[in-house]
Design a protein around this ligand. Sequence first.
Ligand code: PLP
Length: 396
Amino acid sequence: MKRMSFAKSDVFIPFSPPCMGNEEEEEVLDSLRSGWITTGPKVKEFEKRVAEYVNAKHAVAMFSCTDAMLLALMVLGIQKGDEIITTPFTFASTGHVICHHGAKPVFVDVDPETFNIDPRKIEEAITPKTRGIIPVHYAGHSCDMDPILDIVQKHKLFVMEDAAHAIGTEYNGRKIGNFGDITCFSFYATKNLATAEGGMAVTNNEEWAKRMRILTMYGISDAREIWQNRYTQAGPIHHDIVELGYKCNMTDLCAGIGIQQLAKLDVFNEMRGGFAKTYDDAFKGHHGFKIPVIKDYTKTTRHLYPLLLNLEYFDIDRDLFINELKENNIGTSVLFKPLHFHSYYANKFSFKIGDFPVAERVFDQIICLPISPKLAKGEIEKVIETLLFVANSFKR
Ligand SMILES: Cc1ncc(COP(=O)(O)O)c(C=O)c1O
């Protein structure tokens, strides 16, 4: 083994810390002082600004992207026994929202370069029970939407996009948020735009937006006006529950943070792009690594930096590689363990190893490196130095 001189980082470098400033702090204080701590004027304003940003007509803020997708499928008319096509290379939410409605997730393997659903494999998964497709814009790199939309049109399906990673992502020069029937974003703590917890569904369909808004507040017909009654002279005295809703509204505390994060989003995404380029330059051509492929059709938000290990090059596997990084104060994440590898999905749908070979191969090799505007350039350089040190120490 060739020894390199190396000093590990003095402090732990986290995988994806949120980047909050004085502006966000002021918004929270403003909400606390005004008394509008739950859904109120800031939620309305945040919805308006996100809709404008992604160029969609309507936006409905919620507690999470998971809630947004759950309600989106409900208004799209998903029924027990329906089949919904998506990818196994995603987070729990994408599969769960299908299962919660009693429908069946039908997985299609991913493209080996983008790790997004492979449009060439979608049609063979369509059956008479197929109702829709959920493309997941993994890592902020858009799916190849044109062939997906062609298939959808041909088979009369719906498209509900899981854009949890993709606020600001573009496909052929247009922002994600205006391609499918409904698009759902996540504003969870690690996301490019973070509101602590939060999500939003955007659509051009007024009826769906109206219904989702009602469903976020128990199914009460005019719930968003009832808060006015509580705090002002306006608003009705009585309300009517028109259907069985949930309770997953966004609070003004979160929306205020979101308004400030949205104002910084393009700069934040640029900074992520700069860090990604630094990683690309460091690992390009190294025989132990494969850097992410970015297709011409997308402008990516670089939500993640997924680096693949060439396992033949090393005498340790991915998990041991991650342990070495952890020992050296570098935080990483494995996104994602494919859904069909999780026992709930494997047991319920009888999935087995080998069903989705591309996603499985990527899973064996992937390490998502720290990336966030909160990190300093020196920290990114330390990550690189540490990876090169570990690579050199465990070269086969
Ligand atoms: C691809 C994907 N979809 C959905 C979600 C769910 O987002 P939320 O935590 O806002 O419900 C996540 C969360 O990380 C995700 O990565």
